[in-house]
Design a protein around this ligand. Structure first.
Ligand code: CA
Length: 229
């Protein structure tokens, strides 16, 4: 596997870096951005808890406003994003404590950037494998992400791959507005430079196939959401 192929797994992934050491934080942001990640950098536990939409968290344990282990435990209760603890404290007991606090992996400073990226990819692979086994049920709708099957009231509905990907974006969190940009990011491999009307065409087809047009609500000019039931 080439590095370019390997890093495709990280492209567009939203990473939260919790690191109070300025230069180290900046270096991580630069490296991760180069690997294609979207990166938020915060320097305190309090700030970390207000950035919960990240898909992966790199957590330094020595923070100015609290113990990183406690923060790790709190993060674990509010997000399912993988947490990679990155720290200078490197004893077996420290690693055990971090893993028991809900960290997915542990990396001792100083570490090589290639290893960090590899561990991030591994953590994301595990999450995605879990996701692939997931089945989302919402009212009459069943979306089986692993088998890539959709049923309405128990009757299978045949969707195109694109329709399935779009529905998956919406079904991840019924009731939440999913912006058009988000859908393009996730359901189209690369950035889409064509007419965005193509999305409306797919949504119209999806509504028709699902049989209940009101199941997918339009938030005009912004995006779509699955109707809260
Ligand atoms: Ca620190």
């Amino acid at each position: 596997m080439t590095i370019a192929t390997a890093n495709r797994a990280l492209a567009g992934v939203h990473v939260l870096v919790v690191e109070d050491d300025g230069p180290i934080g900046e270096q991580l942001v630069r490296g991760l951005s180069r690997a294609g990640c979207r990166v938020d950098l915060v320097g305190s536990a309090a700030a970390a808890l207000s950035h919960l939409d990240a898909e992966l968290i790199l957590l330094d344990l020595g923070l100015p406003d609290g113990d990183g282990i406690e923060l790790c435990e709190r993060l674990r209760t509010v997000t399912s994003a993988p947490i990679l603890v990155v720290t200078a404290r490197d004893t077996e007991q420290e690693r055990v404590t971090a893993l028991d606090a809900g960290a997915d992996d542990y990396l001792a400073k100083p570490f090589g950037f290639a290893e960090l990226l590899a561990r991030m990819r591994a953590a994301l692979r595990r999450v995605r494998a879990d996701d692939a086994r997931a089945v989302v049920r919402h009212g009459p709708l069943t979306v089986d992400l692993g088998a890539q099957r959709v049923a309405v009231d128990g009757t299978e509905v045949s969707l195109t791959a694109k329709e399935f990907d779009i529905l998956t974006c919406l079904a991840a969190e019924p009731g939440r507005l999913v912006t058009r940009e988000e859908i393009f990011d996730r359901a189209w491999d690369a950035h889409w430079y064509g007419p965005t009307k193509v999305l409306d065409v797919h949504i119209a087809a999806l509504r028709r196939k699902l049989g209940d047009a009101s199941l997918i609500e339009t938030v005009y000019g912004r995006g779509f959401r699955l109707r809260q039931l």
